[in-house]
Structure formats: C-alpha cells, structure tokens
Design a binder for this molecule. Sequence first.
Ligand code: ZN
Length: 627
Amino acid sequence: MKYVTKKKNREIWPDLEKSSWKSPDRITVSEWADGFRYLNPVTSAEPGKWKTFRTPYLKGIMDAFTDPYCEEITVMAASQVGKTEGMLNMLGYLIDQDPGPTLMVLPRESDAKSISYNRILPMIEGSEALKRHLPSLSDDITKLEYHLDRMILYFAGSNSPADLASRPIRYLFLDEVDKYPKFSGREADPIKLASERQKTFWNKKTVKVSTPTTREAYIYREYEKSDRSRYYVPCPHCGKYQVLMFSQIKWPKDERNPERVRNDALAWYECFYCKKHIKDHEKARILLSGRWVPEDADIDDKGKIHSDRSSAKHRGFSINSLYSPWLTWSDIASEFLRSKDYIELLMNFVNSWLAEVWEEKIEETSLDKVKSLSCDYDEGEVPDDCIVLTAGIDVQKDHFYFVIRGWGYYEESWLIHKGRVEYWDDIVDILFKTEYKKAGSNETLEVYMSCVDSGYRTDEVYAFTRKWHDRTKAIKGMEEIPGGRFYRASKIDINSRTGSTIKRGLVLWSLNVSQYKDKLNRLITSKDPKKWHIFKNPDEDYLEQLTSEHKVLIRNRNTGRAKEVWQKKKDALANHYLDAEVYALAAADIIRALNIRKDESVKVHKKIVEDEHSRHDWIRKREGRWI
Ligand SMILES: [Zn+2]
C-alpha cells in the first residue's frame, strides 16, 4: 500500500483534529494534497507546492471526501475561492490512495476535454505520487478516458447522455452543475443518469460543485438537502465567531467610484458584533481559526461546535468570495459598485462573488429613489392640493407605527405625519384630536379614515375600532382574496344564541397586502408626473423601512408553479412604516379617495367621499348579504 506517514503533515497542521472515525493508516485529502500536490505555473496563481493553509476553508470540504460516513458533497461557492483545485485534490487523492472507476461530468463535452487536457493531465504529470499511476502506453490516455494502473477515469459532457449511461463508477464528480444545459422532459436527467451508474458500489461518493444561479437550479436545491455548513471565523477584536457577509463590508458613504475604492483600499470589514474594523491583513489569520458549522449546530466563543449529530451523509458547503485570500475587501466593494446598476453584472456579482442565488427582483424601490420624492414642505403641514387625509396604524407588542397621508387629484399624495407612539391615547390624539393646517390658507383637515392592523393585540384593536367605528377600520392582511379583490369586509360579531352575525356588529376588513404593495410601488415609482411625495428631510429610519421589501419569484416545490411575492430584503430590519403606508393607501381606497377627478370641485370630492363612507354605513345597517 502506498499510504504515507502523517508526521510531516502534523507539522503543517499542529492542531489537526483527530476525528474518531479515521482509521490509523488513512490520510485525509488535505494531508495528501499538502504532501504531494503541485500547482502548475500555467494555470495557477500560486504555482508550486499546494498549501492548504492558504485556503483553510478548503480543508473541511476536501476532508469530507475521506469521511467514510459522507456519501455526497455539495459545494456552492464563489468563483475565486479555489473550489476547482479542492475538487482536483480529491481526484488526485483517490487516484493515489483509494482508486475506483471515476466519472467527471462538465457542462459540455468541450469543457470536459478542456479540463482533462489543461488541468488534470498536467496535475498528474506534475506530481510524482500521481505520475507513477500513468500507463506505459500513451494510447491509454485520450481526452475523455484515462486508463490508469488501477482505475479508469472518464470525462463526459452533460449533453452527451450516451457517455453518462454506460459503465459502472464509484466516484462521480459533477462540476459547474448549474451550467448544464437544460434537458427537455422527454430526455433523461443527466445527473440522474450518471448517478445510476454508482448503484453497485457501497462506498460510492458524489461531489457536486458549482457557483449558484437561482433557487430552482440544481446546486441550491442540493445544498438545501445537505447539512448546510457555513464557514465561521473569529473577530480578531471580540473573538465572536461569524460568517463573513457582504453587508458588513463598508466604505465611505458618499464614495461611489469603484476605481478609487479599489486603488485607495477604502473598504473595511465591520465585525457584526463589536463593529470594529477587520483589516485585510488580518484575514489570513482568522481564516486559519475558522470552522465549518452545519445549520443545525452552534459555535461558541471558543470555537467549539455544539451539535447533536456527529457527521452527515450529505455534507454541504457554501462559501463566498469574501473568504478568498486573493481578494481584498476593497476589491469586492469595487466590483459591487461596478456592477450594481446593470442587471446582468449584478446577477453575476450575486452568483459568482457572493455565491448566493439570484432572486429575480421584479419591482424594486431603493432608498435613494424614495428619498428623491421629498418635497419642500414641513412635517405636519398640509400642501394645498390635499383634499382628504387617511392614516395607517401598524400595531406592535408595546407600541404603534403610524402614517398620515393626504390625497389629492388622480392618486397624488403627500406624507403629512409619521411616527412611533406607545399608547392608544396617543393614537386617539393623532387621529381624532389633531387638525392639520393647510400651508396657504386657514383651512384645516382631520384624518378622515384610518386602517388599524388587527393581527396583533386583536381584542384591543376591535375595542378601539368599535368605539371609533365611523372613522377607523379594523383590518387584517391577507396574501390573497378570492376574485383578485383588494379588500373584503366581513361581519365578525356573532350572536351566541342564534349563531348569526349581529347587524350592527364589528366589520373586519381583509386587505390583499400584495396587491396594495404593488399599487404602492407603482405610485412611488411613477415618474411623469410624480404622484407620491414625502415632506422635507425624512429620517433614514422611515426610508429604510419603506424600502425594506422587494418582489421575488418563488416557485412552489410541489407544483412547480411560480408566484411573485413581496419579501423582506435580506438585510432589512423592520418594515412597519411600509405596512402603515399600505394601510393608509387602503383607507384611501376604501373611501374612494383615489382617482378623484380634477373637474370636480373640492366640495364635490368631499361629497363623494362622504357618500362613499355613508354607503358603507348604510351597508353596515343591512343584513350581511353584501359580501
Ligand atoms: Zn468583533
């Protein structure tokens, strides 16, 4: 047997963990690579002897290959972290240490030929440990098939099913799986075809590697099925272990020039916990102390992992370009600045740099865009074109967020007042005891109608809206209302004796929040003319909350049907003002204050609004037939 001793490698990895499963005469892939792998000067940025400590996160990935409990390895990674080299180390290891028939699948046959000829053959020829397994006859090596001394290595393109479905194999490598061409329903799934060939091997292994594309594509779905490990590194200041995230890379707020950010190294990494700066030169050290932590496990401040299970059959690793030893924080910030305004580039940045799936943003409101809607009037002041005021109240556990909006002609509107208060009495003051003064006259307006969310503290909200029933409505957000309607009213007070609804009982208004968010977004983004206004100098908190959601395409796993839904953005903290704006818009809709025509005098508008309101009252007075 050609196993090597571990002595040398122990020097490289002084704190090398001894896992209980490892048989005494087996070495791991990382130990093998440190001992025997040489990087080709033609293809490598750092030619010469392989050093795992340069990319310490690859150690856990590579060594999963020598974990006898692990059958499947999924690597969802950025393009500049060395994932292909890690995969080649596994291949080198198996050729030398644990041979078996192997198939490597690439997107197309030309890719397969290219990796075979440009990467793998040079790797074998460049290492003494591998070179000795080459056949004496050169005919035994073709671009798509190597007959080595103890095994056969096949290469195939995912687009050639005949090559995928022939001989049995023990090891299967699937590289860049998200680039495999789409196959039609009538053809067989190339990945399934290839893995069928492993059936006869009890000790088979499958390695899947790719930069991600979308949530529906192969690598993300496989990663979801795995133990979903992420690489945690300790902050050099506070010692807290954390995953490196793009949102923690910071640079001067007003700096938007990608060249300057990169050339002057303006970016830094801000520790998620202590907010101190982690410098580029500190990265190598924190990477060395890093640990892979599965999603269902925890890591404490000493770097000890707490988990209920010892090892998973399917290990999954996700790693972004922030970990790359070849990139600085400023390189990454600069790439983002270069890409952010172009959808194709941004998509590439998200996939290939952040190693995240691209969520199709169908509608997007940015903070800057919304900020540009602020006009020259003060908070609390009512612009002259306002005809009626509505309000939205988002109810939280021990406080409220409110928004008051004034509506004019043709859906034009102005933010009048907004804030956070603690008590119901404050809400009463704002809604019913305050008169909002118009800028150019002595005319004042009161809040005509408001919507109060009843999702939280439902009984209190019902009591409040019962008391103020002519000027406020209890509402409930829904994902969908049959018939594609925006709202639906239903009586909820039941006569306990007869079981029928009470005539003058409380009405609960169900709102289709997705549709209202769509409408709100259309109003916010309306350009010519601008329809949606904010008073001058709105605070960041309001703007951030207002833009806290985006619309994404979600596919139902069972039915395969895609659906657009509004979702909180990954880095968003709160969305209460957005909800409050949605409710204020719904209130305007309910009293038909949207689309008031310009040829109607203010008096007429008021009449319309009042008529509309009394119509609801009138309906309320009748039996519950009106739903
Ligand atoms: Zn820290």
